[in-house]
Design a protein around this ligand. Structure first.
Ligand SMILES: Nc1ncnc2c1ncn2[C@@H]1O[C@H](COP(=O)(O)OP(=O)(O)OP(=O)(O)O)[C@@H](O)[C@H]1O
Length: 597
């Protein structure tokens, strides 16, 4: 129950005194219910079924005074008026408490969702490198939904327990012996119930695991639909869906079988116990008729609650794995938190340049292979530096280090001689515009995709940025121009159009550092030349770091860095490197010239 206690504490931290007020309200409703029950005594008396005066047991004596009071106030009519009043008050309070409880539960879920989403956004890049995205999505959608339902059950369980305690106390007042007997029976039942709870928890783990696999599989299918269609993989995906949905079906069935089995077990055992209890009450405990009738009523009402408690506990146990994964995600994202203060940082102005000093980096701290080894390099401000190398050489890793996404394991990154740390990280990022290999666009209009980065950009600024990225012509030709919807990840645009739009977005931000990671790879030579010319104009105004496989793209770079297996093997001006006959650069250049012929 540790995870639920954790959440209970969180629930209290969220709702504060309100939780206590609600618990108190529930206690009060329980008491009103008990009073309503006790009122049955005079009703029974007035009905003539049982005569309290004649029975004269110790249990009746305190009630005799009440009876006389009721007699003097109007007899049965008065009792019934009080009965109606208590029931209306109880229903009214019940309604209020239910609404307040829902406010607490859903308010808590809302704040939990917000907190986790915020923590996830502020978590460092390493956090994402290590995790499957669909697992995170599954946790913050499906698992969090289950937790929400679990909290609801928890609050209901709390209400049921309070109700039960009060009713048992009343029963105890009426007959301690019988109550102790019933409680003892309940205790025996609860020992057996532990098996059901354990199995529910096990099934809950399976629900989480199947949910995760399902979401991951479905996401992969839709992301890779082109591959599926072009490689006729439909059949294997259909088979996968059959297998996983069958597992879902089996798991749900098993859960229901378990739940109904426990309910069956409880109800049957209750029937047997009630029969034994009535028999013993009459035969051994010599219970009086009125007393017996009341206790039967109380326990008759209580048993469904007790079985309800059992069902709630099973449901909560099944939710615990979801809860654990939510807690785990929350803790991990908090531990991976990047910076404390995001809002107050201003973009940094780097006068001289960015330097990597003896930088080492590995993705897997346990492996021997380094993605970056002993990197010593300087990126002068307002110059264009090109990073080239074979696939897997470490170009993107180096750029990620410069942006503070990857953190050096050894060595340091210096901004004008000042170490890049958590403190200046956000300022650095605010001055960078980054265009990745695989550009991301939101499923909305061209305009919204652009203004996302610069909400106050004027129409002229938008078109200037589009012109820079050689994207103005195609945007003008779109059916609704800037207001055309471009589909999921910009699917209604060509690869080159997407790249140009993302480039325009990057420029709109007016960065002081522009990072292009294979940002023009999908462009035809005409558009690439246009962008090269535009970048040429930016030289001297902004620091440009460009990764490119096509060496023609970086002809005008001030400095070229050649990477191989995570190390810098050549560094210098384009022309100088081209002259080094044995160098990797010359080799790559010759290969590209050969290919273009
Ligand atoms: N998230 C990751 N987890 C583990 N290893 C990674 C990860 N990303 C990259 N690597 C490894 O680090 C090395 C450098 O990768 P990187 O992406 O920086 O190369 P690259 O030069 O940009 O390649 P490409 O030109 O193909 O994009 C490669 O060996 C790659 O397998």
């Amino acid at each position: 129950m540790k995870p639920f206690l954790y959440f209970f504490k969180q629930l209290y931290l969220y709702s504060g005194k309100k939780l206590y007020i609600n618990v108190f309200g529930m206690v009060f409703i329980g008491l009103l219910d008990g009073i309503g029950l006790l009122l049955l005594i005079p009703v029974i008396n007035y009905s003539g079924i049982v005569n309290f005066h004649a029975e004269g047991t110790s249990f009746n004596k305190p009630l005799l005074y009440l009876q006389q009071l009721f007699d003097s106030l109007g007899g049965l009519a008065f009792v019934l008026v009080v009965f109606i009043f208590i029931n209306i008050l109880q229903s009214f309070l019940q309604r209020m408490i239910t609404i307040e409880n829902v406010k607490i539960q859903h308010g808590f879920s809302k704040s939990l969702r917000r907190e986790i989403y915020r923590d996830l956004l502020y978590a460092n890049w390493d956090f994402y490198v290590r995790r499957r995205k669909t697992d995170i999505i599954n946790t913050i959608t499906a698992e969090l939904g289950r937790v929400s339902a679990g909290i609801n059950t928890l609050v209901q369980l709390m209400a049921s327990m309070i109700f039960t305690v009060i009713q048992v106390a009343i029963a105890f007042m009426l007959s301690p012996t019988i109550t102790m007997f019933v409680l003892g029976s309940g205790l025996i039942l609860s020992v057996f119930s532990r098996g059901f709870i354990r199995r529910s928890r096990m099934l809950g783990s399976r629900t989480s695991e199947i949910g995760q696999s399902f979401l991951a599989g479905i996401t992969d299918s839709f992301n890779g639909m082109k591959e599926i269609k072009s490689n006729t993989l439909e059949r294997s995906r259909v088979e996968w869906s059959h297998t996983i949905t069958q597992r879902m079906y089996d798991e749900q069935l098993e859960y229901t079988t378990l739940k109904t089995a426990s309910q069956f077990y409880y109800k049957s055992a209750s029937a047997v116990l009630i029969a034994i209890f009535i028999f013993l009450s009459v035969q051994l405990f010599n219970a009086q008729a009125a007393q017996l009738m009341l206790i039967i009523i109380i326990f008759g009402r209580l048993w469904p609650r007790v079985t309800g408690i059992q069902a709630s506990m099973e449901q909560i146990a099944a939710t615990i794995p979801a809860l654990e994964s939510v807690i785990q995600l929350k803790k991990e994202s908090q531990t991976a938190r990047e910076q404390e203060n995001f809002t107050n940082s201003e973009p940094i102005v780097i006068e001289k340049g960015i330097e990597c000093k003896k930088v080492f980096f590995r993705y897997n701290k346990k492996a021997n292979t380094y993605a970056m080894k002993n990197i010593d390099v300087f990126f002068p401000s307002n110059c264009m530096t090109a990073v080239i190398g074979k696939s897997g050489a470490g170009k993107s890793t180096l750029v990620d280090l410069l942006m503070g996404l990857n953190r050096p394991e050894r060595g340091e990154i210096l901004l004008d001689g000042i170490q890049l740390t958590e403190r200046n990280l956000h300022s650095l990022r605010r001055s960078i515009s980054y265009v990745p290999q695989d550009p991301f666009l939101f499923n909305t209009t061209v305009r919204e995709n652009l203004s996302l980065i610069q909400p106050n950009a004027s129409e002229d600024q938008l078109w200037d940025a589009l012109r820079f990225a050689a994207a103005d012509d195609f945007v003008k030709r779109l059916p609704q121009g800037l207001d055309t919807l471009i589909g999921d990840r910009g699917i209604r645009l060509s690869g080159g159009e997407r790249q140009r739009l993302v480039l325009a977005r990057a420029i709109l931000r007016e960065p002081t550092i522009l990072v292009l990671d294979e940002a023009t790879s999908a462009l035809d030579s005409e558009n690439e030349t246009n962008i090269q010319e535009a970048l040429e104009k930016l030289k001297g105004k902004m620091t440009i770091i460009i990764i490119a496989h096509r060496l023609s793209t970086i002809r005008n770079a001030d400095q070229v860095i050649v990477l191989d297996k995570g190390e810098i093997i050549q560094q210098g001006e384009f022309r100088d490197l081209a002259k080094e006959q044995r160098g990797m650069f010359n080799h790559l250049l010759k290969q590209q010239i050969k290919l273009s012929l």
